[in-house]
Ligand binder design. Sequence first.
Ligand code: AMP
Length: 282
Amino acid sequence: MRIIHDIREMQAASRAARIQGSTIGFVPTMGALHEGHLSLVRRAHSAARLVVASIFVNPLQFGAGEDFSQYPRTLEADCARLEAEGVEIVFAPSTEQMYPAGATTVVYVEGLSEKLDGRSRPGHFRGVSTVVAKLFHIVQPDCAVFGQKDAAQVAVLRRMVHDLNMDVELIVAPIVREADGLALSSRNVYLTAEQRRQALVLHRALQQVEACANSGQSSAEKLRSAALAVLATEPAAKLDYFEIVHPDTLDPLGDVAQGALAAVAASFGSTRLIDNLLLPPR
Ligand code: AMP
């Protein structure tokens, strides 16, 4: 496995791979890898000959007072896990290379960037779309795999790829969970044992929505009330949002019969967690 830190070297490696007829699958991450990330790598290997994973904690997507400086950085262990998965190239650039002094160009997906997490994390999705656009130009992948865990991110990036005619296929992989239902997240390491137990309420609320929808309830308002009742059983959870929206536009829906995204964000102590459920069309 090659570990590349330099942008030009990464571009040259991609160009060489393409000339040799390889297809490139790309998995962008911020490191602190867990089974969720590795599931994306496996998905990428099933879609492309060569897999590139990037590890870059992107300062542009963190707001003031967020956890940029504390974010877990475990490059060596991450590389060992990626190598064990058969990843061909890890791209791990420095912040200075990605954002040299004087850089002023950003990619901003209007409208979508202010919905769900974008509302409580101003500038977050601007940072995400900018870094992913840059990474696509550097890695030049045929396809890129993202997790359904970050459902709003998927909506923003789909829009970006479509609007900017990027020649990259976006593949979305399902949420990987712990046995007890907690969605895997690099931020779970911040949780105390007590908070980890409290955080299970997110999955319970989504399960309640799924059960109600399966029993025929299609009113988004009723489904949301059912979820809020479950969330209220855990007073330690500081709810940011629970919304039932269209998975592409992220606009609130009145009815889920045509399919919907139920998405939740809440903090446990100072750790903000997200989770979601895709309701299929009935
Ligand atoms: P991050 O390192 O948190 O930026 O995440 C990198 C990629 O991994 C994103 O596409 C995430 O959606 C995805 N991801 C994170 N957690 C999970 C999970 N539990 N299941 C599936 N994908 C995930």
